[in-house]
Design a binder for this molecule. Structure first.
Ligand code: ZN
Length: 277
């Protein structure tokens, strides 16, 4: 089984499109991010993000077993924490995704949003490393996220292994392990939605696996919907090829492709809660 823990919506896709592509790709469950990188949705405009969260809410409704919707807010907006709570409590979204653009993860505005995420007990996905806008990389250094340890219990995924600061990202993740925290309870895990250009990937994944182990690494395609299942599948196949090169056994593969994200998303407890309702 595969969880794609990093899949972007654009605002153009339908639930039928998405499920069809996931079936073709052999992906069981997808973490869908509300649109924020495709017109008219932008991190600069709080109203557009609210619209994006609403779009995602409609998309995932009735398909919660396979589609996990993550709201996007920008901590620079004074309404960000309330918008997040509304998206989770009223719109059925189940996590937070954001990118530091013009704010640092240790800023007061960011703590305000992360505190709300902790209170809502939702998983968080954060961009880390250089960013596509060519301007915000300096806000996204992995060590800046150490500030999230101020919110105990928060389960965070740092995307792209922090490329080009992969060593820094791995060091941030290692601290909990050194302190004896079980992987599923660690503050940070890392997605290998690349991130590093192809020539770096073998080395980066080798180091991450050696230092952090499969339990802190999860698969994400970082594809943009609507797209074909084949397009998602190329990301799956590339990771499998790397894992073969690195002699990762079946249980390590299943951990990376499914179980790390399942623990982060708290899927097992969610199933138990639903059964008791
Ligand atoms: Zn992405």
């Amino acid at each position: 089984m595969i969880i794609d823990a990093h899949l972007h919506t654009s605002g153009q896709e339908t639930a039928a499109d998405v499920l069809h592509s996931l079936d073709d790709a052999g992906v069981e469950i997808a973490v869908l991010l509300a649109p924020f990188l495709t017109d008219p949705y932008t991190l600069a405009d709080a109203a557009s993000l609210r619209d994006g969260n609403k779009h995602l809410s409609r998309l995932v409704r009735g398909h919660e077993d396979r589609l996990v919707g993550f709201a996007v807010v920008n901590p620079l907006h004074p309404t960000a924490a309330d918008d997040l709570e509304h998206a989770v409590t009223n719109l059925g979204l189940r996590g937070l995704k954001t990118v530091p653009t013009g704010w640092y993860p240790y800023d007061d505005c960011a703590h305000h949003v992360f505190a709300r995420a902790a209170a809502l007990q939702i998983p968080v996905l954060l961009h880390s490393g250089i960013f596509i806008d060519g301007r915000s990389g300096r806000f996204c250094r992995p060590t800046f996220y150490e500030a999230l340890r101020d919110h105990p219990g928060l389960r965070v995924t740092l995307a792209h292994l922090g490329w080009p600061w992969c060593d820094e990202a791995i060091a941030v993740g290692l601290i909990d392990l050194i302190n004896g925290v079980p992987p599923a309870e660690c503050c940070f895990r890392f997605d290998i939605s690349f991130g590093p250009p192809p020539v770096y990937r073998h080395e980066v994944l080798h180091k991450a696996l050696d230092v952090l182990g499969p339990e802190l690494i999860q698969f994400g395609s970082d594809r943009f919907l609507p797209c074909s299942g084949a397009h998602i599948r190329t990301a799956v196949d590339e990771v499998h090829a790397l894992l073969t090169d690195l002699n990762v056994d079946d249980s390590g593969r299943e951990q990376i492709m499914y179980h790390t994200a399942a623990a982060w998303l708290n899927l097992e407890n969610r199933e138990k809660t639903l059964e008791h309702k």
